[in-house]
Design a protein around this ligand. Sequence first.
Ligand code: MEV
Length: 334
Amino acid sequence: MVVSSAPGKVYLFGEHAVVYGEPAVPCAIERRARVRVEERDGDALRVHAEDLTLDGFTVEYSGVADAPDVDVSESLVEAAVGYIDGAVAQARDAADRPDAGFEITIESEIPLGAGLGSSAAVVVAGIDAATRELGVELTPREVAERAYQVEYEVQDGQASRADTFCSAVGGAVRVERDDCRAIEEVPNLPFVIGYDGGAGDTGELVAGVRALREEYDFAAATVESIGDVVRAGERALSDGDLEELGRLMDFNHGLLEALGVSARSLDELVWAAREADALGAKLTGAGGGGCIVALDETEGAETALKYTPGCEEVFRAELDTDGVHTESGGDGTQ
Ligand code: MEV
């Protein structure tokens, strides 16, 4: 039996535009998904998942997944099952054990579809645990590459390497197409996260931006402008200039809003944080509902968000410099 965990993340800058070759800077946060894998006889999978805001589901299947009976949109559940199937397929491939069966338990502190990289964290931790259970040890970069293949398939070919690379290596990273690297010198980033309790469908949201981009030159230019914001953000990050970072986060949110991926609930949380004098605030991840991230060294944004109608949860998030790692089994630990 092996348990591996991997962190979720927020986007300081660059979601959506990264799908079209612009750079992005996601940052891993100290909220993790844990996946426990035990090989079982036969080729079937038995998957238990709790705390995915799916109300918990257990599903047993071989090959094609039966949709579990849970109270969230079918596409979210299909995606969740697709990610798990994909992680298992990658582990079987890496270990050259096409018929390996597994008992898998997933626990996640990261709400599903809320922009905090829950699916990437589950896939990354799942591949790590399942390969180790079969006696194969992959580097975090190898896990990231395999996890990207899974996201790419589940999101119909519309995925970047940003979420999976960030979750696999931890810390703040820069991703531009297949050039993925860690950012070494990062100032203390006082992230405050507000969660509206909702979720967006990444595949649908990415498809919406793609359609806009194909229809309007100004939408394509908006995507490129996000790339310019990211490049300016990288300079502010290396200067440790938090005020400039906040200003650029505001700008990034405006451009995402123009691309139609925000939501009234997200805009309300963003404005609550700004009016409480946060340095900046933006949605994080695919959008449509879920989380915003604000930069605030004071208590202001956290307190304001707590009292904002429609804000289900507020928390401070520390940068997590630990990427995927084994928590027990697989590497000789208990
Ligand atoms: C989703 O967390 C981030 C997007 O940029 C999609 C991707 O990068 O694959 C919207």
